[in-house]
Design a protein around this ligand. Structure first.
Ligand SMILES: Cc1cc2nc3c(=O)[nH]c(=O)nc-3n(C[C@H](O)[C@H](O)[C@H](O)COP(=O)(O)OP(=O)(O)OC[C@H]3O[C@@H](n4cnc5c(N)ncnc54)[C@H](O)[C@@H]3O)c2cc1C
Length: 407
């Protein structure tokens, strides 16, 4: 058995699974506790866009080839003026070819990342993968941290470890039991996702990730491979705050949303419908003694730009590297506070700021401001250096450089 520290990871979502992999590879003893017994096959549409900076980290944990093989490599992404039906800007990730070994985005559904990571973890020594177990409470003293867990049959156990990573999502039980506030707000409108077999690239000539600005009804279109690798498109849009869920997702409304994108698209092509609340929130602290927060447990944001999960994967690697330095004696335990300084700052400066800006750009109603925002995108797309600067920021490459400067 490894003589390195033991880490309990609460939550086997994408952030917990990547953190577990990174920790296990460094020889830590890892227990990953996930309440959902079917986490690997939970294919309800959630995040699917992985930016270049995150692909570098997925490479670092050794699963990049499998990950890319089940997704779509996307070199370009578009901004369209939906009201006018015109392409505003096409951004080319290849302008990042000197900045990263991955000058493209990969669109792989998040449950596939979980499946690949857990599969690898089960074959590693000193790793205990516990699916179907829920963490109910957390306790810590100067030397250890412990959690009370319960499985579906009601059986209970207490697990102890040297550290705990809270990767248990936006409603984090761990964050709440530490009494850590989740500062921010919830948008009045919910976001809906319609998944269709329609091929918008063929119908509209758009890229596999395309943002359509519209003062009345903006939409995002993006393609994922699906488990069958046959391809399908997700259509994301905001519901009006006064609309009931059934109305938003019903055939009549879906038909209106879809036919406004392309007249041939109708609800019969739909394979999935979903609606969810959208928040901009950041935990006031990312650390409480031996407990450290990562991913949605620490921060949530609207999905426009696909930054939340990417930022969570960045948290996971920063966390494991930091704990590695401290537990091996190469650094003082005070370095754990740098984890919070870095990741909290990055989330606020990049992810919160950018996702709010992305949303405002799509929904802008003032015709003068709207024109100026869209013209600016066109200008950027016509200048390779401006495009590179834009993409360095949207793909979080700049955030990696900024984090290194935070001590
Ligand atoms: C409906 C929905 C749609 C989304 N769509 C998009 C999108 O289109 N684009 C985008 O970029 N982002 C999207 N997101 C956000 C994205 O999915 C998250 O950023 C991402 O899942 C964060 O990963 P995570 O591992 O931190 O948290 P999660 O994926 O939430 O994983 C947390 C895990 O912890 C487990 N857990 C929770 N409590 C406990 C407990 N007490 N004990 C044990 N296990 C526990 C949960 O079962 C879960 O598996 C969406 C989120 C939601 C909810």
């Amino acid at each position: 058995m490894s003589d390195r520290e033991s880490i309990i990871i609460v939550g086997g979502g994408p952030v917990g699974a990547v953190a577990a992999l990174a920790a296990a590879e460094r020889g830590f003893r890892v227990t990953i506790v996930e309440q959902n017994a079917d986490i690997e096959i939970d294919s309800a549409p959630r995040a699917a866009t992985f930016h270049p900076s995150t692909l570098e980290l997925i490479d670092e944990v050794g699963i990049i080839d499998e990950f890319i093989a089940v997704g779509l490599v996307c070199r370009y992404f578009d901004f369209w003026d939906k009201a006018a039906g015109t392409l505003v800007a096409r951004m080319d990730h290849d302008t990042l070819r000197d900045d990263t070994p991955f000058p493209y985005v990969v669109q792989t559904e998040q449950h596939k990342l979980v499946r690949i990571a857990l599969d690898r973890l089960r074959r590693m020594p000193d790793v205990d993968v516990r699916l179907g177990w829920s963490v109910e409470s957390v306790d810590q003293d100067a030397d250890r941290v412990s959690v009370r867990v319960r499985d579906g049959s009601g059986e209970q156990e207490v697990l102890t470890g040297d550290r705990l990573f809270a990767c248990d999502g936006g409603r984090s039980t761990v964050r709440k039991s530490m009494g850590i506030d989740f500062e921010g707000y919830t948008w009045p409108e919910r976001f809906a996702v319609l998944t269709t077999r329609n091929d918008f690239a063929a119908e509209l000539g758009c890229s596999t990730r395309s943002y359509f600005a519209d003062p009345d009804q903006w939409v995002n279109l993006f393609k994922v491979a699906g488990d069958d690798m046959l391809g399908r498109w997700r259509v994301v849009f905001a519901a009006r705050p006064d609309q009931a869920d059934e109305e938003v997702l019903g055939d009549e409304h879906a038909a209106r949303v879809l036919s406004a994108i392309h007249p041939a698209t109708g609800p019969r092509s739909l394979v999935h419908r979903n609606i969810y609340n959208v928040h901009q929130r950041v935990a006031t602290r990312f650390r409480d003694g031996r407990v450290l927060l990562a991913g949605d447990a620490a921060h949530v944001n609207n999905p426009i730009g696909g930054l939340g999960l990417n930022c969570g994967v960045h948290d996971a690697l920063e966390l494991v590297r930091t704990v590695d330095e401290v537990s091996s004696g190469r650094a003082d335990p005070a370095l754990l506070d740098r984890y919070e300084r870095r990741r909290r700052t990055i989330n606020i400066e990049f992810v919160q700021q950018q996702t709010v800006d992305n949303k405002q750009r799509l929904e802008e109603k003032d015709p003068v401001k709207r024109r100026a925002r869209l013209d600016r995108l066109t200008e950027i797309s016509n200048d390779a250096q401006a495009q590179r600067r834009f993409l360095r920021r949207t793909s979080l490459l700049d955030s990696v450089a900024r984090a290194r400067d935070i001590d």
